[in-house]
Design a protein around this ligand. Structure first.
Ligand SMILES: [Zn+2]
Length: 273
């Protein structure tokens, strides 16, 4: 059975043609020998906005089957992304269900191409069958709506990680983007939620949370946590959205991982743009 990896392959700028070919061959070897996972793809949101058949090549967006196959991508997490305003207007839970429906529709339309895994074993089996396995990750815990029963509901629907908050502080956690920090990290419910997620096997995602919330999560969580799409603050001083070296080391010490977001706004110091 192939090992599961979260791969970051860097092709260094300025290298000559031969070394580029070597690195391409190494990248192909890595993806052929391992299960390639992407921690965050915004396909559900895209499918909610446009009627696109991603089983075919598409001219917009960053995901379709031909490109996924060409790149050796086996298991991209589908982001159930909840805009911050959905918590304010009370529609976050309903909206999350609608986005999961879109992915279930996709699997129904193309059962030979896609599947949603409930367990690691199922993910492995789906990849062995040549399918693209689509685990679900929820970006913004607003949809939990202060209810552990709702958390269980989304666990049953396949959600396997939750990014505690997004662009605004919510009822769970302060956000790195928000000047308003009502909780000084996690709310009381947020602390309870982390423990319940541990019990249910839903990974805690610290991308987007404030530094205080990050350190509290590490204190509370009994299992490793992830950063599904963060980058290194070392290269973007003062940009709290990214993680400091100390945070990255502490995450790793607990067995967690950080997946790097390559969007240029996350890796270039805006002060020097
Ligand atoms: Zn994000």
């Amino acid at each position: 059975m192939r090992k599961m990896i979260f791969v970051i392959i860097l092709v260094l700028g300025g290298c000559n043609k031969t070394s580029q070919n070597d690195q391409y061959a190494l990248a192909q070897q890595l993806v052929n020998q391992n299960i390639l996972i992407d921690g965050y793809i915004d396909l559900p949101y895209r499918l909610s906005k446009e009627n696109t058949d991603v089983s075919l090549s598409t001219s917009v967006g960053d995901f379709d089957v031909p490109r996924a196959k060409a790149g050796g991508l086996n298991a991209p997490f589908m982001s159930i992304y909840i805009p911050a305003e959905k918590e304010v207007d009370g529609t976050a839970t309903e909206y999350a269900n609608q986005l999961i429906d879109r992915i279930e529709d996709l699997v129904t339309a193309h059962p030979n191409i896609f599947a949603i895994p409930n367990t690691l074993q199922q993910l492995n089996n789906q990849v062995e069958q040549g399918k693209i396995s689509l685990p679900l990750g929820m970006e913004n815990g607003a949809a939990i709506n202060g209810s552990i029963e709702t958390l269980r509901h989304f666990q049953r629907r396949g959600v396997r990680y939750i990014t505690l908050t997004h662009s605004k502080s919510n009822h769970i956690s302060d956000s790195s983007y928000d000047e308003s920090r009502p909780w000084g990290g996690l709310s009381d419910f947020g602390s309870q939620l982390v423990m319940e997620m541990n019990k249910l096997g839903i990974m805690v995602d610290v991308s987007h949370v404030s530094d205080k919330a990050f350190w509290q999560v590490l204190e509370i969580s009994s299992v490793p946590v992830i950063a599904s799409h963060s980058s290194a603050r070392h290269f973007t001083p003062g940009f709290e959205r990214n993680m400091s070296d100390a945070m990255i080391k502490a995450l790793a010490d607990q067995g967690g991982i950080i997946m790097i977001n390559f969007g240029s706004t996350f890796i270039i110091n805006s002060a020097i743009l």
